[in-house]
Design a protein around this ligand. Structure first.
Ligand SMILES: [Zn+2]
Length: 250
């Protein structure tokens, strides 16, 4: 969610709480708080797992970048570059440029976190090379979703201020697209981690006991996507409840 949307959400919280009947407690705001708590717990769990296994060296001594090289070769994926990128946990695969971007921490050092994350990003590169359907659907949704995330909440809350029902409906439809995007993201992420774990074992990059650490990191990362989806579903539910309340007031 960007800043504009966030501001709109808070304005909305205010207008949701003051109607023609005067100020009353807007209980749907609790849905936002529940979402924020779920996201925070998932994010803390991921930070804790990544931090813990960042300090555990892999017995192979390979860096994340070297591990990624081995995995891509083993999977027969060609034409994919592996590059370092600034920031912490900024690792991602870019299907447009065919680059596995690894945070410097994963790129340069050896750790269970670094190798696990590198393998996960290679999982995305393999999905791309295979034309894995959920990844293709996800990529094709990106432009629509950008519109959705930028305009859904502002339009929705302008609709509330103007008491103009069609704007509320448009806001909800646009927001639903963002939820759909997060729904499609789940299988893409879980599949990338599944491929990563298989490759880490089959290539011998990690020993049996080491794979447990990498698995914990990747599971925690997957949970952040589940939490993001849950948070958005709660937010969507809130918009629907507010819209229904508004139409009843009219
Ligand atoms: Zn991923």
């Amino acid at each position: 969610m960007n800043t504009v949307s966030q501001v709109a959400a808070y304005i909305g919280a205010y207008y949701g709480g003051t109607g023609r009947r005067g100020i009353y407690f807007d209980w749907t705001f609790l849905l936002l708080i529940a979402g924020a708590v779920i996201s925070m717990i998932a994010s803390l769990a991921m930070r804790s797992a990544t931090a813990k296994y960042e300090t555990v060296r892999a017995s192979s001594g390979l860096t994340g970048a070297q591990a990624a090289q081995v995995i891509l070769e083993r999977a027969g994926v060609r034409g994919v570059q592996i590059r370092p990128i600034q920031g912490h946990l900024t690792d991602h695969y870019d299907p447009r440029t065919k680059v596995v971007n690894l945070a410097e921490e994963s790129f340069n050092k050896t750790s269970l976190t670094g190798i696990g994350v590198a393998a996960h990003e290679c999982g995305h590169a393999i999905q791309d090379a295979e034309g894995y359907a959920p990844l293709r659907i996800r990529s094709s949704l990106v432009p629509v979703v950008n519109i959705g995330t930028n305009f859904s909440l502002p339009l929705f809350f302008i609709g509330i201020i103007l008491s103009f029902q069609p704007l509320l409906t448009i806001g909800i439809v646009l927001f639903s697209l963002a939820v759909l995007f997060q729904l499609v993201t789940l299988p893409v992420e879980i599949d990338a981690s599944r491929r990563a774990m298989k490759l880490l074992s089959s290539t011998g990059l990690l020993r049996e006991e080491e794979t447990q650490g990498a698995r914990k990191v990747l599971t925690a990362a997957a949970m952040t996507y589940v939490a993001a989806l849950l948070t958005s579903v709660l937010q969507l539910l809130r918009l629907i409840l507010i819209a229904r309340g508004t139409s009843r007031d009219d």
